[in-house]
Design a protein around this ligand. Sequence first.
Ligand SMILES: NC(=O)c1ccc[n+]([C@@H]2O[C@H](COP(=O)([O-])OP(=O)(O)OC[C@H]3O[C@@H](n4cnc5c(N)ncnc54)[C@H](OP(=O)(O)O)[C@@H]3O)[C@@H](O)[C@H]2O)c1
Length: 311
Amino acid sequence: MADTFTQRYALVTGANKGIGFEICRQLASKGMKVILASRNEKRGIEARERLLKESRSISDDDVVFHQLDVADPASAVAVAHFIETKFGRLDILVNNAGFTGVAIEGDISVYQECLEANIIAAQGGQAHPFHPKTTGRLIETLEGSKECIETNYYGTKRITETLIPLLQKSDSPTIVNVSSTFSTLLLQPNEWAKGVFSSNSLNEGKVEEVLHEFLKDFIDGKLQQNHWPPNFAAYKVSKAAVNAYTRIIARKYPSFCINSVCPGFVRTDICYNLGVLSEAEGAEAPVKLALLPDGGPSGSFFSREEALSLY
Ligand SMILES: NC(=O)c1ccc[n+]([C@@H]2O[C@H](COP(=O)([O-])OP(=O)(O)OC[C@H]3O[C@@H](n4cnc5c(N)ncnc54)[C@H](OP(=O)(O)O)[C@@H]3O)[C@@H](O)[C@H]2O)c1
C-alpha cells in the first residue's frame, strides 16, 4: 500500500457502469484511491460492491463511492466538500459521464449503419446524406439534445471548475475528458461552428455561443438549413465543445496535464452494446492519459490508438 506521500486520489464521473466503471477498476489496480461517482446512489453503491467482489487485488479502502450528478451544481459542490474533508486534494479527474441524446426506434442496426456512414464521411472529409437500409430510425429530440449538451459539455465544465481548487493542491494535477471521434471537425458541416472550434483565440464564451445557436436552430427548425450535423447532431457538437474546452483550460492551467480522448468503439449501453472493444479495452486510453508522467502533453485530443502509443 502506498504511503501518504505517494498516494494519489482520482475521481471518475459516470462510473457506475461502462467505461467509467472500468476506469475505476484500472486506476484502483494501479494504486490510486478512487472516488467512484454515480448520479444514482443505489447504482453507485452496487457498482462499488461489484468492483470489490470481482477484483481481489482491490481492497475495501481503495474505492469509495460518492453521489454526483454532473448536471446538478449542488452535487458538484457536495463531492468537492467530501474530497476536501476526506483527502485534502485531488490528483486526477476523469470527466467520463456522457449521453448521446439519440434514441432508436425499431431495428438497432441503424446505429451501426450510421456509425459506418460517419466513419466514411470523416475519412473522406465530406458529410454524405445518410439513408439507412434498415427500418430503424434515429430519434433526436430537443429535450434529448439539451440533456446531451448539459451532460457532456456543461457537466464537464461544471465538475472541472468546482474541483480545480482541489486539483491545484496536487503535485501533478491531471484531467482526462472522455470525448469521441464524432467530435472531429470533419463531421461539423457548419462552417461558422467549425471556425470557432478551430480558432486560436478560442474562449468559453465563443464555445457556448455555438451551443446556444445550435439549440436555437433546433427550436426554430433550422438545423438542416444552417448545416448542423445530419445525425448525432447534439453529441457531435457537444463533444467538439469538450475538446475546445480542453484546449482552453490547458492554456489557462499550464501546470496541469489536461487532455481529451476517444476510448474507441466500446460495447456499452450508450451504443446499444454494438461496439467492438470490451469495457476494459475502452478504459485503457483514458487510464493511460490519467497516469501520464509529469511533462506530458496537455491540451490535446487523442484517439485511443494515439493515446496508447504515447511514451
Ligand atoms: N461506448 C463507446 O463506444 C464510446 C465511444 C466514444 C465515446 N464514448 C464516451 O465514453 C463515456 C462513457 O460512456 P460509456 O460508453 O461507458 O456509456 P454508458 O455505459 O452508457 O455510461 C454512461 C455513464 O454516464 C453516466 N451519466 C449520464 N448522465 C450523467 C449525469 N448527468 N451525471 C452523472 N453521470 C451521468 C451514466 O449514468 P446512469 O447509469 O445513471 O445513466 C453512466 O454511468 C461517455 O462520455 C461517452 O460519450 C463512448
